[in-house]
Design a protein around this ligand. Structure first.
Ligand code: PLP
Length: 453
């Protein structure tokens, strides 16, 4: 148990000394925020005693919720036995070895190797290092360009922020010159009068156009999330992924699937790539691999790349002090064991996801809802003033921020991206907790409609 400190003191110290990620720093220093002090199952509690249903699984990571003693025990045991050792210099450790093997077992047969990092951002940096090394070893050093998508989120290191396509981040971090962006398959935003299927093909073909523009001999890889999460749970039209896969196959372009959010059950299967039948050459994971309890990320490396890397002499000059940290890997092993033993992915896909998605779909009739989209256990609700013209309720996404703040203040942790409300509840939610989430969200939408009416 943390030593009890009164909330006012904690909040004052927080405002005085703690720089928070993705936060308006001056606003926070002035107003502060809430201190989350404990969590149980799918509920979080703040130091003022408020209880909130966590409709975001933390930061899309606590897919199994907050009450998983087996993960805590595995980490505690590991810290007692071997709290740290590195994987450099021809050393390894048991949890890292076992987790590598366990990940190989649950991913496609194309993946037989893994490179561990501490986070999704570092894993995406690692992807760039792997891709560049691969083409260097093949004698194609000119193949260095990487194509990503606007509004994507791939992390917050310089390289990962470059891969991402978030305008606000690019304004503050100069993008790498070899990263290029095409449009996202966001039908509501960009589809106009096209049918979703026509739009899906057209937006996928932007990849082909970009490859032609840059030169096929210069383009190394395309990176994308199966479903763009932080960008707004952008579920692509059915026609999108087959077209992207065709282009990558035909044009000698590596395909990196960023499964940091989609992985470990969010889309209804173990990985979003499975849900869409796509065949990435590299696959980024993080977050739910340890159920968020310990920092861990990594890259699944397909045989196509691994065979080249392993056949080469010389060192792959890349690594992190905590790559394959024993305690993080112990958390990963325990998490994977729970997922497998409880069948939580299948249960969520069959018993929870239809309930979540059908109740959300019914919200399409709400006066300020312009679109509902979702897949498996995540979804987005677009707020509009006019359903036909898609006119927004207020500029600068102000209405969605209002709706989020209202929900947060009334017991529901959801998030806002642009004008969309975003949710990704834990896969261990009970059916009636999905109903509770929807009821709270509906009240937040009603309050927003009344405020902007
Ligand atoms: N990739 C995706 C798709 C993400 O959503 C995130 C984080 O939200 C990252 C990468 C970065 O992961 P991390 O925050 O662990 O660095």
């Amino acid at each position: 148990m943390n030593k009890p400190v009164d909330t006012a003191t904690l909040k004052a110290l927080d405002r005085a000394h703690h720089l928070h990620p993705f936060t308006d720093l001056s606003g926070y220093a002035r107003d502060g925020g809430r201190i989350i002090s404990r969590a149980e199952h799918i509920y979080i509690y703040d130091s003022d005693g408020n209880r909130m249903l966590d409709g975001m699984s933390g930061l899309w990571c606590c897919n199994l919720g907050y009450s998983q003693p087996a993960i805590v025990e595995a980490v505690t045991r590991q810290l007692g036995e071997l709290p740290y050792y590195n994987n450099f210099f021809r050393c390894s450790n048991q949890p890292a070895v076992e987790l590598a093997a366990a990940l190989v077992k649950v991913t496609s047969e194309r993946f037989n190797h893994v490179f561990f990092t501490n986070s999704g951002s570092e894993a995406n940096d690692t992807n760039i290092r792997l891709v560049h090394r691969y083409f260097d070893l093949l004698g194609k050093p000119q193949k260095k360009q990487i194509i990503s998508r606007r509004n994507a989120y791939h992390g917050s290191t310089i390289a990962a922020a470059s891969l991402g396509g978030m305008k606000a981040m690019h304004e503050q971090a100069i993008g790498l010159s070899y990263v290029h962006h095409i449009n996202q398959p966001h039908c509501f935003e960009l589809g106009g009068e096209h049918s979703p299927e026509d739009f899906g093909v057209a937006v996928a073909r932007e990849l082909e156009e970009k490859i032609d523009e840059l030169g096929e001999d210069k383009v190394a890889a395309f990176i994308a999330e199966p479903v763009q999460g932080a960008g707004g749970v952008i579920v692509p039209p059915e026609s999108y992924w087959p077209e992207i896969q065709r282009i990558c196959d035909e044009r000698d372009i590596l395909f990196i699937a960023d499964e940091v959010i989609c992985g470990f059950g969010r889309t209804g299967r173990w990985f979003g790539s499975e849900t869409y039948g796509i065949r990435p050459d590299l696959m980024t994971f993080a977050k739910a691999v340890t159920n968020g309890y310990m920092p861990l990320g990594g890259v699944m490396v397909s045989d196509k790349l691994a065979d080249v890397l392993l056949a080469s002499g010389g060192e792959f000059a890349h690594g992190l002090t905590y790559s394959g940290h024993p305690a993080s890997c112990a958390a990963g092993l325990a998490t994977l064991a729970i997922i497998e033993e409880t069948g939580v992915i299948e249960r969520a896909a069959t018993a929870l996801a239809p309930r979540l998605q059908s109740q959300l779909a019914a919200l399409a009739d709400h006066p300020i809802v312009g679109q509902v989209r979702g897949l498996g256990m995540f979804a987005a609700v677009e707020l509009v003033r006019d359903k036909a013209t898609r006119e927004r309720l207020a500029p600068e996404s102000e209405a969605a921020v209002y709706c989020r703040d209202w929900a947060n203040a009334h017991g529901l942790m959801v998030r806002q991206t642009g004008d969309a409300m975003i949710m990704a509840p834990p896969l261990v939610s009970h059916p009636e907790e999905i109903d509770e989430l929807i009821a709270l969200l509906t009240r937040a939408l009603d309050a927003t409609a009344a405020h902007y009416g």
